[in-house]
Design a protein around this ligand. Sequence first.
Ligand code: 5GP
Length: 237
Amino acid sequence: MKKGEQLYEGKAKKVFATDDPELVIVSYKDDATAFNGKKKGTIAGKGVINNRMSNLLMQRLEKSGVPTHFVSELSQRETLVKKVKIIPLEVVVRNLSAGSFSQRYGVEEGIVFRRPTVEYSYKNDALNDPLMDSSHAVALGLATEKEISAIRRMALKINRELKGFWNTCGVTLVDFKLEFGRLPDGSLVLADEISPDTCRLWDAATGKKLDKDRFRRDLGGVEDAYQEIMQRLLQMV
Ligand code: 5GP
């Protein structure tokens, strides 16, 4: 597979064309940002961990019937994925209160929900990714009603699979963000990444945060936490 021109550079990844118009190469960086780019830094080794972790988790999800963009891992930081049109929605699933949920409703972190929640935000940096009712997403033409229903079903299935898997690693899956894309035939696949950048992962015994909140909140031990969560995963795959 020949690596072509750079098509896009995001906060944590670069995307390159290939000689196949239906495939692109994603390259994971160590750059870290938070609060819509206001906080910037580097997490040494993060790109390698996020690439490997996202690929292992997406392969698991594929096996359980969730279509993803994953094709093959090319190197420590690079993965071949199906080219998709990203639907500009951030889909967040929550099992416990934390982060913006706790802030919005003025509740402590760590309340275990009886059922998971699913919410949508408009993926738009200029507007600060505002929370969005699904009917507004349809009104703006971001997705059809049918697509929103499929996205919600897939998000809940992904939650069941990932929650169960992390549980076997002694890790609580608190919440996570997903992005979906459309293939040329219009079908939906899970895209972007599943990593400590996009999930809240707490040690089930101690509650220790093993994710990007260590960076966002200046808790220290960021690199060690990324290494630890990767080791936990590798012991179970
Ligand atoms: P919250 O809405 O509480 O800030 O985030 C909920 C979950 O979604 C967390 O696991 C967080 O990591 C993830 N998340 C939400 N928005 C973003 C985003 O813009 N970038 C990344 N990397 N993760 C996000």
